[in-house]
Design a protein around this ligand. Sequence first.
Ligand code: THU
Length: 162
Amino acid sequence: MEKNRKISSNSSLEILLREDLDAIRLNLVHLARKAADHAYAPYSNFRVGAAVVLEDGQTFWANNQENICFPVGVCAERILLGYTHANFPHLKPEILVIAALKSDNTGLATVTPCGLCRQSISEFEMKFKAPIEILMCRPDETLLRAEGIDQLLPYKFEDLNR
Ligand code: THU
């Protein structure tokens, strides 16, 4: 039995300013914001866009797709990573950017990936044995940066036989 009967996690998110972003990240932010504009979110009115760069430099984007039967709707991140993995199963996703728009169209909303999306991102980190950097846009134009899914999903489910 361990002495200190506590397991703790010290996950952290970095706050980035726009000027901290290089050209690749700036482009992903632009693509995610543009993708959010075209989200199909007539039920929640919460439009989310996501953009990713794969290890060969290709960029892709997607947005949330809702359904009148609410649970059928799918988040932007899972549509995007599902698409890239379906078409480029050997290319590692390297950086994922997420942006959401306020329902009254007055600018960016705060967004972090939902639990299902965190688990899905974790799957691709496991498959490619490498972290996926996650950048989350904020209303004040700063961004939150998670260096990998561990920062958003500590104690994640990853080993069926442990
Ligand atoms: N949504 C995303 O697309 N990604 C997230 O990370 C959070 C939530 C979507 C799901 C639903 O269409 C709407 O936002 C409101 O929850």
